[in-house]
Design a binder for this molecule. Structure first.
Ligand code: BGC
Ligand code: CA
Length: 429
């Protein structure tokens, strides 16, 4: 933990000094308000400064309904994430395809039942809910509730008695197999952190010691938890394990039997996160460098993202990463080439951004998303202060936004999707 804080501070310092070197004379010292380029935006009221929500979409954690008040806080407010439903469907299909292709070997105890366990990230997070539904839908184990597939965890279900899921079936080569969700659990630690990898590692230990021979497939809402289960049990037992995020370690593990993962195009999301702020700060159309090429030639094609104006949201599109193509995904922190060109510092002067990550220990955000942001901040001439939360309490983060006037723009990753007002209240003061 200690080490992490130091490492984070070091990387902030590093990025600060890099900005200082790169922009010839423009100091990045936050104390120095006389610097010509990095003006503090003091004349703009905090409530009118550009704001981007990312990774956790302001929404009701029980119903999923979008929080449009937060999403349209001011005219320069957006959300950047990815298409959760398209990704969830891909993940489910990836698992199903794998089972069908490997039907001769997958049923480890030969009982005609393909048993899987599922690690759930956060029962109140749209992405997590969508992935649980996507897997249950593709495997035929979903049960409808209020017009949608129930995404609740089941605990254990080795005897198929659960009312939350049902047995599905897969037919290959004229033979029908039962598919059963043997167990699922929200991976939340005792302190309240969700998507918790260590909890998932413990869960697979418990599950495998009581019904390990029944487990033919391991599925996880993300790679952090997936890799924890793979390392604790499934690699040694040769049980295919599927995650989400295409983190470097997970992609590398495909060579060792990790079943596959989904890239949520974090390289596109990290760019969009900072680009919408840059455009607002420059006073140009929000589509600049996104759907419309900027003067440096940065542009995204429509096959990697969609923008939904009524939701004020940009969604990156997902890609499945399996044994067939994983070699193209080995570095998840590499900038996306079509948007990798440096902006000119005279027409895009350095601006200061406050950015927080809800949990400094989240595998995806710390090993993939933040390194990408740190690559793009230089290209976009943004001086970003990265704040890492504890994953449990909003105040751990908001306490560190004591002086919003010091920044030109804000990028926020909430602990809980219901809590947007804890941040906007600070900007409204
Ligand atoms: C990622 C998870 C991550 C979560 C944090 C999701 O989009 O897939 O790995 O833990 O975001 O909010
Ligand atoms: Ca079996």
């Amino acid at each position: 933990m200690r080490k992490k804080v130091v490492a984070l501070t070091m990387s902030v310092l590093l990025s600060l000094s890099m900005v200082a070197c790169g922009s010839g004379g423009t100091t990045s010292d936050s104390q120095d308000t006389s610097a010509p380029a990095a003006d503090s935006g003091a004349s703009v009221a905090n409530k009118d400064k550009p704001l981007v929500w990312f990774n956790r979409q302001p929404s009701n954690s029980s119903t999923g309904e979008l929080d449009m008040t937060a999403l349209s806080f001011n005219k320069d407010t957006y959300y950047v994430g990815f298409d959760a439903n398209q990704g969830a469907e891909l993940q489910g299909t990836m698992v199903r395809d794998y089972i069908e292709k490997n039907i001769d070997t997958i049923d480890r105890n030969g009982d005609g039942i393909i048993g899987y366990v599922l690690a759930i990230g956060d029962i109140g997070h749209n992405d997590s809910i969508a992935r649980t539904r996507g897997v249950r839908k593709a495997l035929g184990t979903g049960v409808e509730k209020d017009g949608n597939i129930n995404s609740d965890p089941i605990g254990t279900n080795t005897d198929a008695s659960s009312k939350i899921v049902q047995d599905g079936s897969i037919e290959v080569g004229g033979k029908t197999y039962v598919v059963r969700e043997l167990a699922s659990q929200e991976m939340k630690n005792s302190a309240g952190a969700t998507w918790d990898a260590a909890t998932a590692g413990n869960a697979i230990g418990t599950w495998s010691s009581s019904f390990g021979k029944d487990i033919d497939v391991v599925v996880s809402n993300n790679d952090g938890m997936g890799m924890s289960m793979f390392n604790a049990w499934s690699r040694d037992n040769k049980v295919p394990t599927f995650g989400y995020d295409a983190n470097n370690d997970a992609v590398a593990a495909i060579a060792e039997g990790y079943g596959g993962t989904i890239s949520q195009h974090a390289d596109v999301q990290a760019y969009l996160t900072l680009r919408v702020l840059r455009n607002a700060l420059d006073g140009v159309d929000v589509d600049t460098g996104i759907g419309t090429a900027d003067e440096a030639g940065n542009v995204l094609s429509s096959d990697v993202y969609v923008y939904k104006e009524d939701e004020r949201s940009y969604y990156a599109l997902n890609v499945a990463v399996t044994a067939d193509n994983y070699k193209d995904f080995t570095d998840s922190t590499k900038v996306y080439e079509p948007v990798s060109k440096q902006l000119d510092a005279s027409s895009h002067p350095t601006k200061k951004v406050w950015l927080n990550i809800y949990n400094a220990s989240d595998n995806f955000l710390s090993s993939t998303y933040q390194p990408l942001l740190q690559n793009y901040d230089d290209l976009l001439n943004l001086e970003v202060d990265y704040i890492g939360g504890d994953g449990q309490t909003e105040s751990n983060i908001t306490n560190r936004l004591g002086n919003p006037s010091q920044y030109d723009a804000f990028a926020i990753n909430m602990v809980k999707t219901d809590n947007a007002a804890s941040y906007t209240a600070l900007l409204n003061q």
